[in-house]
Design a protein around this ligand. Structure first.
Ligand code: C2O
Ligand code: CU
Ligand code: CU
Length: 472
């Protein structure tokens, strides 16, 4: 059984009108084809076997975001692959069905490498999800689609632009499945969209705009798979690295009554809360690095759906999607506290740790098989931080001191919104907020395994808002 060989390489693509664009990407060798950043599909229990050959002029990796793997297969900056070198990732997939993703993770270069394109989607399937898929009967690739969204800063010559040292890199172009100005002809019926926010730093407030109004949709899953039940929402925040699984019905009257039978997937305006250096609804571009880019929190269009054709048969969405239990009762679990903050020099910290100081030395160890609550508190003078850890998924237990935009969306006494009710691997912690997550450190590996905990705003990560922890 040969591995799938993937070359990390730099090549030019006709991506926008005019000059070609250099894109760093993973080129998979599949027969005589070399698809760039292909959608990988696997079933839970399958062995994923990938050989990475690094044809770039700098070190890189493939990190399997969200997957419960051991350190050697995690593809973090602990195990960089030198230029001309190679690595083999081979592990059994033991995660719930969901849209995961893979991306480069070399320390200090992750933001640059993702902005230039080193990222792709990975779909994991299992029996539980299969049952829902059969019941919905939406054909994969037709009415059940992955949307891998990332913004890029593109210059006049069509070159992707990146500068080290920016606090958050936002773009003036949005790519969906690596395609600019994406649009899709759709029938007036139900669609399932599995959406990943693969942007470096841009938080999205996803909504479907139809005419002057919004088309409500059902949130059915998050990072780590299906929710127990669908939630009807008007919008959902999707932080960098997060995924949502949604059902949207283009056949509802709201869609049909809009201007010319089209629906826009948009990021609506929101209060960006970049409170660390300024006030105001939208975060500006103080260094002028992002000409033409919508500011953080400003509305942007992501994709257009053009409705036409005959109405397909009606699909009934079950009231119960799967057997996901509610988050565990965590009374008596040990609590580990983390504080997100910036120092006077503008460096981001998790507690007193900045990766540039602490590096690959674990700053704490967790005992395998134990359970912990991690209490993540963000400073008020801060910005939203999407916090992610490797190796383990979690359940969000509570949110407190949330800003109004978050509080307005909470649906339970613990301050959780619908997007908090599933299994997560990345959680947005807003300025002033305290978010508690429940973690179970059971895993089938032995010995010391080192993992990363970091902000998935990639510029923060590269600036050291990251730490190494050990499972022993
Ligand atoms: Cu998706 Cu450590 O990252
Ligand atoms: Cu990860
Ligand atoms: Cu951050």
């Amino acid at each position: 059984n040969a591995p799938l060989t993937v070359h990390a390489r730099d090549a030019a693509f006709a991506m926008f009108d005019g000059a070609p664009t250099r894109v760093w990407h993973y080129a998979a060798s599949i027969g005589d084809r070399a698809p760039a950043n292909p959608l990988l599909r696997a079933r839970r229990g399958d062995t994923l076997d990938v050989r990475l050959v690094n044809d770039l002029a700098e070190a890189t990796t493939i990190h399997w975001h969200g997957l419960a793997v051991d350190e050697a297969n995690d593809g973090s900056g602990l195990h960089p692959v030198a230029p001309g070198g190679e690595a083999r990732y081979r592990y059994t997939i033991d995660n719930r069905a969901a849209l995961y993703w893979y991306h480069a993770h070399p320390h200090g270069r992750t933001g640059r490498q993702l902005q230039f394109g080193l990222a792709g989607p990975l779909l994991v399937e299992d029996d539980e999800e299969r049952a829902l898929r059969d019941r919905l009967g939406l054909a994969w690739g037709e009415r059940d689609l992955p949307l891998f969204i990332a913004d890029k800063q593109v210059g006049d010559d069509n070159a992707i632009v990146y500068k080290d040292g920016a606090d958050d890199w936002i773009g003036n172009r949005v790519l969906v499945n690596f395609t600019p100005e994406p649009h899709l002809d759709v029938v007036p019926g139900l669609y399932r969209l599995r959406i990943a926010n693969a942007s470096n730093a841009r938080m999205l407030r996803l909504a479907f705009a139809a005419g002057d109004g919004l088309l409500p949709f059902r949130l059915i899953g998050t990072d780590g798979g299906l929710l127990a039940q669908p939630w009807l929402v008007d919008d959902v925040f999707v932080a960098p690295a997060q995924r949502v699984d949604v059902l949207v019905d283009f056949g509802t009257r709201a869609a049909a009554s809009g201007a010319g039978e089209r629906v826009l997937l948009r990021s609506l305006a929101y209060v960006a809360m970049e409170n660390e250096d300024e006030s105001g609804a939208f975060a500006r571009d103080p260094m002028g690095d992002h000409p033409g880019a919508a500011a953080m929190g400003e509305a942007i269009d992501l994709m257009e759906f053009r409705i036409g054709g005959a109405r397909p048969p009606r699909v009934d969405v079950p009231a119960r999607l799967c057997a996901l239990p509610p988050p565990p009762a965590v009374d008596g679990w040990p609590v580990r506290a983390f504080r997100l903050r910036m120092d006077a020099e503008g460096r981001w910290f998790i507690n007193d740790w900045n990766f540039h100081d602490t590096g690959h030395e674990p700053v704490f160890a967790v005992r395998r098989g134990t359970r912990e609550v991690w209490e993540i508190r963000n400073s008020m003078t801060s910005m939203p931080h999407p916090i992610h850890l490797h190796g383990f998924a979690f359940r969000v237990v509570s949110r407190s001191i949330s800003p109004p935009d978050v509080r307005a969306r909470s649906v339970d006494a613990n301050g959780l919104g619908p997007q908090d009710l599933g299994v997560g691997d990345t959680v947005a912690v807003w300025p002033g907020e305290i978010v508690r997550i429940a973690l179970d450190f059971s895993q089938p590996f032995a010995g010391t395994q080192r993992y990363m905990l970091h902000c998935h705003n990639l510029e923060h990560e590269d600036m050291g808002m990251m730490l190494t922890f050990a499972v022993v």
